[in-house]
Design a protein around this ligand. Structure first.
Ligand code: GLV
Length: 336
């Protein structure tokens, strides 16, 4: 019997041993296409007609573009699984995939520590106002002239976490070590065991009473611009906002205005609405902490993510199911 085919969209950089083991149970193929148009043509040519599983990276979007309603109908009928190497899967229209009987998995858990570490780094940097003086030092002006205003301690501050998934819960533990108290808002209240004693509050309450607001929720139609002008107006004056989720959960234009007016004291961002473009109002603001999407950018975490994603590929081939299906598909019974 011939082996099933696996389509590699992107590259395996670390988990070479685990990937080599996939070659023992499947034939791995790669696209020749270098653009979305070429990829669609390659799909149409029948080149992928025996592919059962696709492994994809965040970066492979440069070739395929979004896995959206336009692209999904061109994917081969044989394709039943997409294993996405990343926690956030906003590049994939899950509903379009469900409609074509394609199961989708992401990589939770493996990303939690590294992303929450960046979260903490951004919280500390934004509270302390480190960026201005770090820039002054490099420009030969020591702390700057005049020196920057005094920063703020995390101790005793209320951290509001919007989206209490794995990263949010990991952040809560780290923030506790810095003396912060956590409250959260989530689609649903967590069990006491999961929430670790953090107070569940309404969205409005979270906005009104947090000293630091951390965005840890996925980007989808419901969360796009969930933080905009109206929400900034409800926040405490002097609030600090950090985002390691996806840029578009916050309206960047509105953020820049809230920073410029002084209502928002500072922010720490790892993600941007139109990456790799960064809003000029953020670039021009020396107080804000800006990191070019490096939440999971460590050898250890990238390796863990690849191993996890390859585990999904293996499970799809051997057991006919994914180990970590995306939330939207957990309760769906597939036909094909
Ligand atoms: O941004 C990183 C991820 O979604 O894994």
């Amino acid at each position: 019997m011939s082996k099933p085919q696996v389509l590699l969209l992107g590259e395996i950089e670390h988990a070479h041993k685990e990937w080599a083991a996939i070659s023992e149970i499947a034939d791995v193929i790669e696209p020749k296409a270098r653009s979305r148009a070429e990829f669609i043509e390659e799909c149409k040519s029948g080149a992928f007609d025996k592919v059962l599983v696709a492994y994809r990276t965040f970066q492979s979007v440069a070739i395929t573009g979004m896995i959206d309603e336009e692209l999904v109908p061109h994917l081969p009928k044989s394709l039943k699984f997409i294993a996405h190497n990343g926690a956030g899967y906003d590049q994939i229209d899950v509903h379009a995939c469900t409609a074509h009987d394609i199961r989708v998995s992401n990589v939770p858990t493996a990303v939690d520590d590294a992303t929450a570490d960046v979260n903490m780094f951004l919280i500390l940097g934004a509270l302390r106002g480190f960026n201005t003086s770090m820039m002054a030092l490099r420009n030969g002006h020591w702390k700057g002239s005049p020196p920057p205003p005094l920063g703020h301690d995390p101790q005793g501050k209320v951290l509001g976490i919007l989206g209490m998934g794995g990263i949010g819960r990991n952040l809560m533990k780290k923030a506790a070590a810095f003396g912060m108290t956590t409250q959260y808002h989530n689609r649903s209240k967590l069990s006491d065991e999961l929430s670790g004693g953090a107070k569940y509050v309404s969205f409005d309450e979270l906005l009104k009473t947090s000293d630091v607001l951390s965005l840890n929720l996925p980007l989808n139609k419901n969360t796009h611009h969930i933080i905009s002008t109206k929400e900034f107006e409800k926040m405490k004056k002097g609030v600090v906002i950090v985002n390691t989720a996806r840029g578009a959960v916050m309206d960047e234009d509105a953020l820049v205005k809230a920073l410029d007016s002084g209502h928002v004291l500072s922010c720490g961002l790892d993600v941007f609405e139109e990456e790799p473009k960064v809003h000029p109002g953020l670039i021009a603001n020396p107080h804000v902490m800006l990191v070019p999407h490096m939440g999971t950018w460590t050898v250890e975490t990238q390796t863990k993510m690849e191993v996890w994603c390859i585990g999904n590929v293996r499970s799809a081939i051997e057991a006919g199911k994914l180990t970590s299906p995306v939330a939207e598909q957990k309760d769906i019974i597939f036909q094909g």
